[in-house]
Design a binder for this molecule. Structure first.
Ligand SMILES: [Zn+2]
Length: 356
């Protein structure tokens, strides 16, 4: 088994990590973070499970990291992502696991966000000889295919010399991402809910000569957690996409690096099937947000007076130990770790860390 230095991985090491996951039939959880507390919980969970991990920031998560009070919201989205990346670069190696640093969905309006991050990325590369982020994502699946691919090609051309990878999205995944929502409509054809293997082939032909990329393909997956039964997960779409490229381009098995968006609340059997078809990354956001908040809710409801009074008006008992934010944020982190313990098992990546 290949061994890597613990810490943030990029370039060749990132490819090693992806190849090991595909060959080993497992996937890495990709967790959305928005604070030092959530980042540390993810690092703790990875270390505890002897597993590698993908840490990602949405533009909203990045803005929160910089502070919602920052006047210039765009600047906050850029600087928040950069600040979080520095946090991870500094701490990850001390947790003894490999970490992929990634940014999540950027639609057409957020292309300038990705480009601003690349400005920072180029400066960082000059100084350190490695990229600030391992990869970025462009989600132009709502735009015409030609625009999607030409923009992805343009951005990847800028990323490749920095040893960075690009994640793209084809087809429309249902549900809500940072407030940008698709309606669920399971009537009739829904061909755009399910990515067409021919589109994946087209993306492969355009992008693989430029640099490394991965594909989030829609196979009925939904962002967020909704009542089951609305959309049918059809992982065989992933299998068919791999098969088409293998045949048309004479590649080895599973040439595509696939990403599973909207992993929260998915049936375990479908997850296992998708991973078998070359999914190396599964995004988990909603389930972990709930785990984090669930623990706080439980603590507050068990200790209601500590959130009303600094000192109990009847017994004079001081509540400082209860309302100190570290008390309940730690419980939130621990519950997030517990939910991630499950994810590593579901995705088969527990005890598979490549970190030496
Ligand atoms: Zn998506």
């Amino acid at each position: 088994m290949a061994q890597l230095k613990p810490g943030v991985v990029s370039g060749k090491d990132y490819l090693t990590l992806v190849a090991a996951a595909k060959a080993g039939g497992y996937a890495l959880p990709a967790v959305n973070v928005s604070s030092s507390s959530t980042i540390n919980a993810v690092l703790e969970a990875a270390a505890k499970n002897n597993a590698d991990i993908i840490i990602q920031l949405s533009n909203g998560g990045a803005q929160f990291y910089a502070g919602q009070g920052m006047k210039d919201g765009f600047k906050a989205k850029v600087l928040g992502a950069v600040a979080a990346a520095y946090h991870v670069h500094l701490l990850a190696e001390h947790y003894g696991v490999c970490v992929v640093l990634h940014t999540d969905h950027a639609n057409k309006g957020l292309i300038p966000w990705v480009e601003a991050l690349l400005d920072h990325g180029e400066a960082y590369f000059k100084q350190h000889g490695k990229p600030l982020f391992s990869s970025h994502m462009l989600d132009l699946s709502e735009d015409p295919m030609e625009f999607n691919l030409s923009e992805c090609a343009r951005i990847l051309t800028r990323m490749a010399p920095l040893d960075m990878s690009l994640e793209i999205e084809l087809g429309v995944t249902g549900g809500e991402e940072d407030g940008i929502g698709g309606e669920l409509d399971e009537s009739a054809d829904n061909s755009h809910l399910y990515t067409q293997p021919e589109d994946v082939l087209q993306a492969y032909e355009r992008l693989s000569p430029i640099g490394h990329f991965s594909v989030a393909a829609s196979f009925g997956n939904v962002h967020g957690v909704y009542k089951p039964g609305n959309v049918q997960l059809r992982p065989e779409i992933l299998k068919n996409s791999q098969a088409l490229i293998e045949k048309q381009r004479n590649t080895g098995s599973k040439p595509l690096n696939l990403v599973f968006h909207g992993g929260s609340g998915s049936e375990k059997a479908k997850i296992t099937e998708a991973v078998g078809y070359g999914v190396f990354k599964m995004n988990i956001d909603t389930d972990l947000q709930f785990a984090y908040s669930e623990a706080i809710g439980k603590f507050v409801s068990e200790n209601p007076k500590a959130f009303l009074y600094q000192i109990d008006p009847e017994t004079d008992k001081p509540y400082k130990k209860f309302y100190d934010p570290r008390k309940y944020l730690r419980l939130a982190e621990q519950n997030m770790v517990a939910r991630l313990n499950e994810a590593f098992v579901d995705l088969g990546s527990k005890d598979k860390s490549l970190a030496a």
